[in-house]
Design a protein around this ligand. Sequence first.
Ligand code: PLP
Length: 425
Amino acid sequence: MTTTTSSPNAAALTAALPELREAYAALQAKGLKLDLTRGKPSAEQLDLSNPMLALPGTRSRGESGTDVRNYGGLDGLPELRAIFAQLLDVPVDQLLAGGNASLTMMYDTVAWAMLFGFPESPAPWSREETVRWICAVPGYDRHFSVCEELGIEMITVPMTETGPDAQAVAELVADDPTIKGMWVVPTYANPDGSVVSDDVARALVEMPAAAPDFRILWDNAYALHHLTDVETPTAPVLRLAAEAGNPDRVVMYASTSKITWAGGGVSFLASSPANIAWYKKHLAKASIGPDKVNHLRHAMFFGSADGVREHMRKHREILAPKFRAVTSILAERLGKYGVGEWTDPRGGYFVSLDVVPGTAARVVGLAKEAGIALTPAGATFPYGNDPEDKNIRLAPSMPPLSEITEAMEGVATCVLLAAAEAFAG
Ligand code: PLP
């Protein structure tokens, strides 16, 4: 991740206030209807997987003869698991393939911990007076919603270019047994694009934790989603955890939501043998087996781990120009006044923009009034509360390039106008 830093030129901004007001009025007059809110794949990206619509064709059996149309096979289809075990760098017998949403697997993990506890939990978490959780900020709003829904109190730590601030995390978990876990998005994090270094991964799996059942929910949603030709590998966290003597600390998740289809993909969960046994014990009460027809369709479409990598390069060709448009418009328009800091991510789905503190909600409001929908200010913080009111998540994957350019020109006008208003008092 590269961050463009700057310091605002207050005098120039204040002087430009009338001109910016005019530019904003002209923007409103355009009657735009543009949306940069959610990180969804575009139709063009979804089309890349259209051959899957004709798969598995007349085939109804997996490689080992399993009839994929029938019940059973709780672990998921072996040939698809073999492909993703290689990509996620985990042993195949420690990897499950499930339905279309890894978020459901994360939710179930936390919900089952609340209901039943992990094998080494002193009690189900819901019987504890307080359960707390560490969230690096800015972060993924749906992670925060899982905690909020299940009554888990969230504590924030800063996000750095190499992942969550490991020292801050270690200090928090060392003597507080109410802290039961943390979210980590290790590769191209949502929204800041940071990548967890091997050192940070090692620190997180080695640190002593007061809670005997402390868990890291390692959400590798963007493991393969490179925007440049540098295909950054993810830290081999399960191996590091086992080496550190904490093999059960990490539960890893991934999915093909942004590889094939967000509404028709496959999710994955990998962890230690003990955690896999625990997860399957509870899953078996909720399901007789996953959608193996979809697993077979995916295995046939990709053929191999290299098939997936090749497919991701096609996504990159579609996505990279959109990200370039966002960062170049920010540099050109905001750079002139030294306003804002933003990421220039090497992968993932987002650009994280910090505007002048105290103006993020105003920027989002101005954009809305001009027909440009942005993710609500504060969404990247637990409880929707950005204490500095400065972070805005931009999601450029879905609209066509021409709309992104138009939307970002508009966003830049809103950022500058809000900054000028703030400086003019
Ligand atoms: N995890 C992160 C970090 C995400 O950004 C997203 C979607 O935006 C998801 C998980 C959702 O994953 P899935 O579609 O597999 O439920």
